[in-house]
Design a protein. Structure first.
Length: 247
């Protein structure tokens, strides 16, 4: 029997929020396809699913801080020589009635969901400019287009709605430099975040009436990686027109 051919891929990726859920699935999929990956989360070195190897470096740190962002990018360049893909997957979701949101809630969401992509993207694009190539993909949510009655999501919407606009602005600012930026906006995803939630109720929030699989977000990412003329776009992964979903 012939041995399975080895995948040869010179691309280098950074994935934030890589310890679980979407970020973990993306990291594993990229490694399977031969990418060299720098994976980040606050305590990713304790991960039971990812182990440091010649193709994978785990970097602990709160990506909302400029120090962690600089460290992650520096490790990628020093160890692998370049940054071809940045996946901004780090994010948190606080569902609380608007009038009950606290200043601490606000600061926490802004830190992770806005600062968490802003500074690492600065670092990555600085390197991509030297290469005259690169791709930034950031994870948002369909809720920014169509919030749902009965689902208090003002803070997630405030923070995640910045991402598609951010991607469009980056796309236009750096298109002449060979750098692209795109967004993936999933519906409700089957991740550990929802392990204790009512899945039947959650399924009703997606037009397809089932939870989005992490593998389907990976499919969207791989499409964007191969579609070199797609720039500044926002791909929704929820099974259809989100306006049709009801709580």
């Amino acid at each position: 029997m012939n041995a399975k051919p080895k995948i040869i891929n010179e691309r280098v990726a950074i994935v934030t929020g890589a310890s679980s859920g979407i970020g973990l699935g993306i990291t594993q999929a990229l490694l399977e396809r031969g990418y060299r990956v720098v994976a980040n989360s606050r305590k990713i070195s304790r991960s039971k699913d990812l182990k440091t190897s010649a193709s994978l470096i785990l970097v602990d740190g709160d990506i909302a801080t400029t120090e962690a962002a600089a460290t992650v990018a520096d490790v990628a360049v020093k160890q692998f020589g370049r940054i071809d893909l940045l996946v901004n997957s780090a994010g948190i979701y606080i569902s609380r009635p608007f009038t009950k949101c606290t200043p601490e809630d606000f600061d926490t969401m802004i830190a992770t969901n806005v600062r968490g992509y802003f500074f690492i993207t600065q670092q990555a694009i600085a390197q991509m400019l030297k290469q005259k190539s690169g791709h930034v993909v950031s994870i948002s949510t369909v809720l920014t287009d169509q919030p749902l009655a009965g689902s208090p999501a003002t803070l997630p919407v405030i923070t995640k709605s910045t991402i598609p606009a951010f991607s469009r602005a980056l796309a236009m600012e750096f298109v002449a430099d060979g750098i692209r930026a795109n967004t993936i906006s999933p519906g409700v995803v089957d991740t550990p975040m929802h392990a204790k939630d009512d899945h039947e109720q959650l399924k009703s929030l997606n037009p397809a009436r089932r939870l989005v699989r992490v593998s389907e977000i990976v499919d969207a990412l791989l499409y964007l990686e191969s579609a070199l003329m797609v720039n500044g776009e926002n791909i929704r992964v929820d099974g259809g027109a989100h306006a049709g979903a009801k709580w």
